[in-house]
Design a protein around this ligand. Structure first.
Ligand SMILES: [Fe+2]
Length: 390
């Protein structure tokens, strides 16, 4: 099969990216390149009903078999991974096609491992050994239906381990998808609040990646490109979901931010956001949206020049601005963007209990993201930031 759209490769990242309208239709051409013919689609219930997704099973060319595993829930659990792995083995799938938001793509990655090594996921339920992924997993094609996590180009998968009541991030090069298909038409039916949450997650990836102590020239270039695209397209995509140019811009931003943070990792905002989700079920993007302005303001003394560059990328600088003034504009512009896409501003609005702040700070300070933050952080800093954001 010939593909109509040319895949792109990005230096330092193994994923081949195919983007454009109807990129999803390239799935069989990609499968052909991988010599795979039995496709298990991994998705949630809603995505399984999308006409573009139904069409895949109905119009599979001769020689291809397609089955759908539509049981992925938000924050997918180890049990879902086991069920998906079982279906993959009984169907004799040779390719996992994960379609959806971050949850479905992350579940698809873990299912690709579970399909190849039955019972593997239950060998992961120890906090000291969370990334023992088998070297050979089924190949994965990732098809994002939100512009957010960037999971389509990262080796990470976040799974909820039921017994431990913890979310753990798997991280292994085997979990990189072979192809990412970026089809903007898949974003047009995403409800506005989900679009906003996903976009704020992408913005947080881009900003934290740009400011990270582990950033490289290339990761910073990509992070800044993502920020520029988000400043350009986020409001339009939110207000007019049918605007395919804006949706394609958002999709590219989320993907490029994924390329950046898979190298640089993240910072204080992600460290502080995780307990909000773990303890109070706040969606990841919403937790980031609330905390990002506070985290960036906290980092400003240690990252004034970098924030001035972010202000430039967001188009909010004046020629007369000092670095100091520009960095203030960056924080204000981030805060304004979050407001414009209807994101909540305070933790109290999303059901977080004030009494939990110390416990959350304890969890946040233990996060690996903290060591990449540009400004040194202690637990009292985190407690005051949570209080401010409350
Ligand atoms: Fe994130």
């Amino acid at each position: 099969m010939k593909s109509a759209l040319e895949p792109e490769k990005f230096g330092g990242n193994p994923v081949e990216v195919v983007s454009g309208q109807n990129a999803l239709r390239e799935v069989f051409a990609c499968a052909d390149k991988l010599s795979c013919h039995r496709l298990l689609i991994v998705c949630g219930e809603n995505v399984s009903q999308l006409p573009q997704v139904c069409a895949l099973a109905e119009t599979a060319p001769d020689g291809y078999k397609v089955e759908v595993f539509a049981q992925v829930e938000p924050d997918p659990s180890d049990h879902t991974v086991v069920a998906g792995g079982q279906q993959a083995r009984s169907f004799r799938a040779d390719l996992i096609v994960a379609i959806g938001g971050g949850s479905s793509i992350d579940a698809g990655k873990a299912i690709a491992a579970e399909a190849a090594a039955e019972g593997w996921i239950f060998s992961q339920d120890r906090t000291d050994q969370p990334t023992n992924v088998p070297d050979a997993v089924l190949p994965i094609i990732a098809v994002p239906t939100t512009a957010g996590t960037g999971s389509e180009v990262t080796p990470f998968s976040v799974i909820t381990f039921t017994e431990m009541e913890r979310k753990l991030a798997l991280n292994h090069k085997a979990l990189y998808p072979k192809f990412a298909l970026l089809d903007p038409t898949l974003l047009t039916t995403v409800p506005a609040p989900a679009q906003a949450a996903a976009g704020m997650d992408a913005l947080t990836h881009a900003v934290e990646s740009y400011l990270s102590r582990k950033a490289t020239d290339r990761s910073q270039q990509r992070a800044l490109q993502a920020i520029e695209l988000l400043a350009q397209h986020f409001r339009t995509a939110y207000e007019d979901p049918e605007d395919l140019k804006a949706q394609a811009g958002m999709q590219r931003a989320a993907m490029v931010a994924g390329l950046a943070f898979s190298v640089s990792r993240l910072g204080i905002v992600h460290a502080m956001a995780l307990p909000l989700s773990a303890l109070f079920g706040v969606p990841h993007g919403i937790a980031n949206a609330i905390l990002l302005p506070y985290g960036v303001e906290f980092n400003r003394p240690a990252a004034t020049g970098l924030l001035a560059n972010i202000a430039q990328a967001m188009g909010v600088c004046k020629d007369s601005d000092t670095a100091q003034a520009a960095s203030e504009r960056a924080v204000a512009a981030i805060r304004q963007l979050a407001k414009d896409v209807g994101a909540p501003q305070q933790m109290r609005e999303v059901g977080v209990e004030e009494a939990a702040i110390e416990r959350m700070a304890q969890d946040a300070i233990e996060s690996a993201h903290i060591s990449r933050n540009p400004r040194s952080v202690n637990i009292d800093d985190i407690i005051s930031l949570y209080r401010e954001a409350y």
